[in-house]
Design a protein around this ligand. Structure first.
Ligand SMILES: Cc1cc2nc3c(=O)[nH]c(=O)nc-3n(C[C@H](O)[C@H](O)[C@H](O)COP(=O)(O)OP(=O)(O)OC[C@H]3O[C@@H](n4cnc5c(N)ncnc54)[C@H](O)[C@@H]3O)c2cc1C
Length: 331
């Protein structure tokens, strides 16, 4: 049935597809695939739609997990293993963990979206990446019609990347994620504003509150202003290119990745190039955070894609750096 995904993507753009169906288990997913009887390539999985740019017309059927289960599957004196359904809201899961005294995900509070999508781009924030706490990922392969459990070290996790973004995973549906969490609260406070927290009184809920406050002050709420969070990856360049850039731009922020590479802040480059607060055709660059492109009142994704291409070309011309888009364009 023809469906508009406007309320299923945080950019808030119109996108007409051939249907949106939810499944709560592998069995219901298999039944859906049989009943819909379409080529596997015409199915696309969606979670909260917070990391996708949806084309105005998509000739695909969207599948969405509604599995809300959270199960303690094993425990030791210092660790717990929790299996979580792909349909669970990520932030609600983080809050649930704090209530249960299962620790390690506090810094990832308020990231929009679903648990099922969290391994896809290896969500990260404030010095923590989700891969550090993933034990394994359960998938259903729609083409082979079988289930598989991928241990974390088979998921090829790296900065905002994983096997789930590669062609090998094109027909996979993540059905649940197994997390290995700590019983003891050992906060990671490397990131700027978190460094100032008093560890002697800090607990998990206080840390989550801090993260929520910092994020709310910096990032636009997609319910108020359409956006997909960071629009570009932070570019990783050779250390020699970084040194050359620094000689021209002495305040250039950079973070050492390894002996030969540095990571630059895409938001800083876009800001310095004068784009922050820029607005055209119903879309723009957020006035507080230049890495976030926002949708004021555009009805399709065309304007945001056009603006992003102009930014990419400008940054390439000014700094010789090619920015890569973070959200997936689904057409
Ligand atoms: C305001 C804002 C702030 C953000 N901040 C951060 C941040 O700090 N750090 C960060 O890493 N990200 C951030 N993001 C990006 C986004 O929240 C994450 O990428 C999130 O994990 C996407 O979840 P989702 O359920 O919305 O996925 P969707 O956007 O629905 O899907 C994203 C991709 O995952 C695939 N997918 C979804 N579910 C499944 C499944 N069950 N099986 C297989 N594939 C699946 C989709 O096909 C698509 O390719 C932010 C986004 C916004 C809007």
């Amino acid at each position: 049935m023809i469906t508009n995904l406007k309320n299923h993507n945080t950019l808030g753009v119109d996108s007409i597809c051939d249907g949106l169906h939810s499944f709560s288990s592998v069995e219901t997913l298999e039944t859906l695939i049989d009943t819909l009887n379409r080529p596997i390539s015409e199915f696309k999985v969606i979670g909260g739609g917070s990391n996708v740019i949806l084309a105005p017309r998509i000739e695909k059927v969207f599948l969405q997990s509604s599995d809300q289960s959270i199960r303690l599957i094993d425990e030791h004196s210092d660790k717990v293993w929790i299996e979580v359904g792909a349909g669970v809201n990520w932030h609600q899961f983080v809050l649930h963990c704090a209530q249960q005294h299962w620790h390690g995900l506090e810094n990832l509070a308020l990231i929009p979206g679903s648990v099922g999508a969290s391994p896809v781009q290896n969500i990260g924030a404030y010095g923590v990446e989700v891969c550090e706490k993933i034990h394994s990922v359960n998938i259903y392969d729609m083409s082979k019609r079988c289930q598989q459990t991928l241990p974390a070290d088979a998921c090829q996790f790296s900065y905002r990347n994983s096997i789930f973004k590669t062609p090998a995973a094109r027909n996979w549906v993540i059905t649940s994620v197994i997390f290995e969490l700590d019983r003891q609260f050992s906060p990671v406070l490397r990131y700027g504003p978190l460094c100032q927290l008093d560890t002697s009184t800090l607990d998990a809920n206080m840390l989550i509150d801090q993260v929520v406050d910092i994020r709310s002050a910096k990032l636009p709420d997609p319910r108020v202003l359409g956006n997909v969070g960071s629009f570009f990856h932070n570019p990783i360049v050779s250390t020699s290119q970084c040194i050359e850039l620094q000689s021209k731009h002495p305040t250039l922020p950079h973070y050492r990745v390894d002996d030969q590479h540095d990571k630059l802040a895409a938001g800083w480059l876009i800001d310095q190039a004068g784009w922050r607060g820029y607005r055209e055709n119903g879309v723009g660059v957020h006035s507080e955070q230049a890495l976030v492109l926002v949708n004021y009142d555009a009805t399709s994704c065309d304007a945001i894609l056009a603006l992003s291409q102009r930014i990419v070309a400008d940054i390439q011309e000014k700094y010789g750096i090619l920015l890569h888009r973070e959200p997936e364009y689904v057409a």
